[in-house]
Design a protein around this ligand. Sequence first.
Ligand code: SF4
Length: 484
Amino acid sequence: MNRDLREIKSMDCCNFWKQRRYAGGPREECGVFGIYGHEDAANLTYFGLYALQHRGQESAGIVTSDGKNVQEYKAMGLVSEVFHESRLRDLKGHLAVGHVRYSTTGSSVLQNAQPFCVNHAGSTFAVAHNGNLVNAHQIRAELEAYGSIFQTTMDSEIIVHLLAKSWRKGIDEAIYQTMNLIRGAYSVLMLTEKALIGFRDPLGFRPLCIGRMSNGAYVLASETCALDLIQAEFVRDVERGEVVIIDENGLRSFAAMQAEKRANCIFEFIYFARPDSNIFGRNVYSFRKALGAALIREITVDADYVMPFPDSGNYAAVGYAQAAGLPLELAVIRNHYVGRTFIQPSQSLRDFGVRIKLNPVKDTIRGKRVVIIEDSIIRGTTTVTRVKAIREAGAREISMLVSCPPTRYPCFYGIDFSTKGELIAAKKSVEEIRQFLELDALHYLSLEAMVEASGSNSDRFCMACFNGKYPTGINEHVGKFSFE
Ligand code: SF4
């Protein structure tokens, strides 16, 4: 393997990434993309990761293979910052996997960037993981007790160690034995010198789909928006518990694990996935609109118009406005060019961080009774500043309708709210939140209405952050920095 391509950037990125991370709402934990059978594998992976950038903005990496030699490059930053033409030209091969990371286990440092590439028993393989393992602590402790040495502080490295332990039994058996031991959320892509492999946890927390290009190349990706960009046709989702192996003989798959229940993360629909994606068999845009429309069955507000905080509230706001027969105004404008030049303001200017991204249209807001549609309220810190800006713009009345129930419980499956203390709804009643946000009215969509809007049964989803019913065992004492 050519490791020369790996660049360790010496700059201390930690502060910058922390600032970027807490500038908005909850964050996703990663996006994965892989392709087999195309001479431009690295370039297409670059575009695939570009489409999945919303799932992780801290680091990006691509590993390629030409059937013999494996090459990798990863660094901190956005996909467009990490890769440029000559770097992609150096990543040769017809087979590639890529990863964009938002850290949910382990700090945001290059050491923890993925794909994670290793040499083992004369082979090279790379792993890219989306999700969080709930028994990582226990497995890592056991592995370390028998002498395993870990290079990172990520739960994903455990998958690499377990694969290596069973490697000599063949790839099918190695994956099966690994899946048999790990618990939690995982949509994993793997690259060997000769194959692209995908596997998904038996409960199906995170999405993973299969696509095909007109030249026959196979694609695996977190979301279908990545297929659209490279003009690949959607074939199907990777089933929960399924292993898909793509090599010179084509695609084969087997069911490694089975579970009676499903646990598709409903928050993917509410917030994380791109609205132009189809995940878990449903379009995200239409789901969000349905959530907004469902609000009207629970509450009507006497208002002049409906408005979202862009972009995440846009789609539920369209649904609510159409159902309520109210005009929709885009009364807050988003600056799309907030990037690396962003400097975190001092404490005395703390509102500046939100204002640089969103600015109210004062002439549209002054003297009006507005109903704001929010997709979720996690910590409440961003929302309070945004509401204050609408009040200062002269709104006469501000109501807020949230298109999901209060988020009262932490997520242990890879979303960035892993402690109760972070969640405003875990500490305050709805009335207390209304007072904290200085709203005239506040209403959250009920759990029942959310499920009804999905068009499916409640047993299909993980809704643990709303109802505390975790689909797997959890360890509440394990957090993001547990391995540090
Ligand atoms: S706890 Fe919430 S965010 Fe986490 S997987 Fe379940 S539904 Fe998704």
